[in-house]
Design a binder for this molecule. Structure first.
Ligand code: RP5
Length: 300
């Protein structure tokens, strides 16, 4: 894979990664929590870190009733038989954070990025970290004659990525998803791409076999662009999203180009989308896409 070596791009890339690791979370402090009428407590940025005293911090609590008895979700935190091993690999459930050791207060894990204005686990299945994986599948934008298209303002080639429209929020996003207990991130990346961008859940056995083979060949070499906390609107003080975002790039356009994109599972549509700074994507996905653009020295 071509990694752009120009020092300006590398500095920008470093800056984006720094922003991703340290920025104050914003999307998980939006007025209303997703899919319900619950309103988060509103407070200024300087009160986000737990290290800053906030004596009157009494946010509302929300625990979606839809999570109870779901095999992929934790029990209610008050359940006497629930003894989670925080900061550990708890049987097959990964309760470790990529952000380091998180604190636990009154038996509840604390969001490593600070306050969100809502306690409980909201709609997230796990208390503490909820691990996901995001495939960032890219190719160059080509004219019909196979030549690469250049953006007139930056004079740089235009990169495209495989985007899905989320069924839950109607926002464009990466075709990522949750890592199942005991699953390798590399398997999650392939499974989610197959499910959301190739509709593997409704494929015939023959299509499934050939798509699985194509995806496993194409995903055999990727470049990790991010690992850590995601500013996801579903985050709360006690449950949050973390991800590993990996770029799989089709330099010649003759591998992914063969894929017949077909939205499935949590995705209502799928398409190749031009990468540009005007993109407004779900959670922290715009920053992952920007990182991919910088990596390839593409237009942003
Ligand atoms: C985001 O939520 C991650 O970056 C990933 O894209 C996604 C996983 O959640 P689901 O799509 O499975 O709801 O925070």
């Amino acid at each position: 894979m071509l990694i752009f070596s120009n020092s300006i791009f590398l500095k920008t890339l470093f800056l984006i990664l720094m922003i991703l690791r340290t920025m104050v979370h914003i999307k998980c402090r939006s007025n209303y929590y997703p899919f319900g009428a619950i309103k988060r407590l509103d407070f200024p940025d300087n009160l986000v870190p737990w290290s800053v005293a906030f004596n009157n911090y009494h946010p509302p609590e929300y625990n979606s009733p839809n999570l109870l008895n779901k095999p992929w979700a934790d029990p209610d935190i008050t359940e006497p038989n629930f003894n989670p091993q925080w900061n550990e690999l708890d049987d097959k459930v990964n309760r470790k954070s990529y952000m380091g050791v998180y604190n636990v207060s009154d038996g509840r894990p604390l969001n490593p990025r600070g306050r969100t204005g809502l306690t409980g686990r909201g709609v997230l299945g796990r208390w503490g970290p909820n691990h996901a994986a995001d495939p960032v599948v890219t190719r160059w934008k080509l004219f019909d004659d196979g030549k690469r298209e250049i953006d007139q303002s930056t004079n740089l080639y235009i990169l495209q990525f495989c985007a899905i429209k989320r069924r839950d929020s109607d926002e464009w996003a990466l075709p990522g998803g949750m890592v199942d207990p005991g699953e390798q991130v590399s398997s999650t990346l392939q499974r989610e791409f197959l499910e959301e961008a190739l509709n593997s859940l409704e494929s015939t056995p023959g299509e499934l076999e050939s798509n699985k083979k194509m995806v496993s060949d194409f995903f055999s070499s990727g470049y990790e662009i991010y690992k850590g906390y995601v500013d996801d609107p579903r985050n709360t003080d006690n449950a949050w999203m973390e991800t590993v975002a990996v770029n799989f790039h089709d330099e010649e356009g003759n591998l992914v180009g063969k894929f017949q994109l077909n939205a499935g599972d949590d995705a209502k549509s799928v398409q190749w989308m031009d990468i540009d700074q005007s993109l407004a994507l779900y959670a922290s996905h715009s920053l992952f896409i920007q990182t991919a653009a910088m990596l390839h020295g593409a237009h942003w």
